[in-house]
Write a new protein. Structure first.
Length: 392
């Protein structure tokens, strides 16, 4: 096979990149090791920045989003038995959207296939070759339905996530990883129950952080701070509900429902620099991951591919290589701002139990929350970062 851009990974980054390239008349082929059903049903992040929603709508893949997404004016910070509203609409005239990542993936897959896009699901043994830019043609090799195949392309976009093949394929010594592992994880449940508030509640409690979010009017996504190596078998449904109720501290009534999913996710920050080598470009989780506190994962991936799509368009239309040469530097400016905000939200809201400075940190966190909730300037800063910094 031959195409202009070979894309590894059919997550939000790879699919959106293919969609944007198609709008510019640039050919691409996507390969994905999972099945279409798996991609369309994997529940991940559900919060979308204002500009991402507008991009989906403006590029023709936002019709269902417009009908079904929950549009939020802001968030609540809960501490000291009170909930404090941060109204983004009033502070910065922006909103955020609740629309599960799997729905974005479902919409993009359907649209790409309807437009004649090529997506190979359930491939095996993927590897990338000859992308150094020394005269060879970048090639993606894999097996599909038991048959060895390869795609020869002008460029490769590695959008295959943190555990994909793209980042490890970069030459040793050509990149550096910046890593921070946090001393806690999130125990998350998906439940058939109405959320306690029409917008997200970020709750600080002496027993640990809790997040009360939603996927619909009768579907809640709820999280508890736990140890990263916590045994999920020790958390019965009743114990989870009891702890969620305790950490909400009566700020809002919490109705219980059937638990549909339950799992524990460790938390870390990670950035790859640079996000490119030769004719191989990384985007999304293959280049960086963030703790979920700041809701930046999918949004940073979308920012990456917007920059990358524009760079490819300039190259193929005008033979202009400037955008490709500066892709990493451009993308990393936003990535590191997203990392800073995610770290800041995480350290402000999560309890570190024990240690020499535990008492001091508790008082400091409460003072910081009180400042953010009470200062318009601090509220605007949080709102700007949460709803999405300017993209252009």
């Amino acid at each position: 096979m031959r195409t202009q851009v070979g894309i590894v990974g059919a997550g939000p980054a790879g699919l959106m990149l293919s969609h944007l390239l198609h709008l510019s008349g640039i050919e691409s082929i996507i390969i994905e090791d999972r099945s279409r059903e798996y991609c369309e049903n994997r529940i991940r992040a559900g919060l979308m920045e204002h500009w991402v929603a507008q991009m989906l709508i403006e590029t023709g893949v936002g019709e269902r989003l417009k009908r079904e997404a929950m549009v939020h004016d802001g968030i609540f910070l809960a501490f000291n038995n009170e909930a404090h509203k941060l109204d983004f609409a009033k502070l910065i005239d922006k909103h955020v959207y609740i629309y599960d990542q799997k729905e974005v993936v479902t919409d993009l897959i359907a649209h790409r296939l309807k437009q004649g896009g090529q997506i190979r699901f359930e491939v095996e043994g993927t590897s990338v070759h000859d992308f150094a830019g020394n005269g060879g043609k970048p090639t993606i090799r894999f097996k599909h339905q038991g048959k060895a195949q390869e795609i020869e392309c002008d460029f490769i976009a590695g959008c295959d996530g943190f555990h994909g093949v793209s980042r490890p394929s970069l030459p040793v010594g050509s990149w550096q990883g910046y890593d921070r592992v946090y001393p806690f994880g999130w125990l998350g449940i998906l439940s058939e129950s109405p959320p306690p508030e029409k917008e997200l509640i970020y709750a600080y409690h002496e027993r640990g952080f809790a997040l009360f979010s939603m996927r619909g009017a009768e579907l809640s996504r709820l999280y508890l701070q736990v140890a990263p190596d916590e045994d999920i078998e020790q958390w019965s449904d009743d114990r989870v509900w009891d702890e969620l109720t305790t950490r909400l501290q009566g700020v809002r009534p919490l109705k219980r429902g059937k638990v549909l999913q339950k799992g524990i996710t460790p938390m870390r920050s990670y950035v790859t620099e640079p996000m490119q080598y030769g004719r191989l470009f990384l985007a999304g989780d293959s280049a960086h991951i963030v703790p979920p506190t700041g809701a930046k994962g999918m949004n940073l991936a979308m920012a990456d591919v917007r920059v990358l799509a524009r760079a490819f368009e300039a190259f193929f239309r005008k033979h202009d290589t400037a955008g490709l040469e500066t892709y990493s530097a451009t993308a990393l400016r936003r990535v590191w701002k997203g990392q800073r905000f995610s770290w800041w939200m995480t350290q402000m809201l999560h309890r570190v139990h024990g240690g020499e400075y535990a008492g001091f940190d508790t008082k400091r966190q409460l003072a910081e929350l009180d400042y953010v909730a009470g200062s318009e300037a601090a509220s605007i800063s949080l709102a700007e970062n949460y709803a999405g910094l300017p993209i252009d």
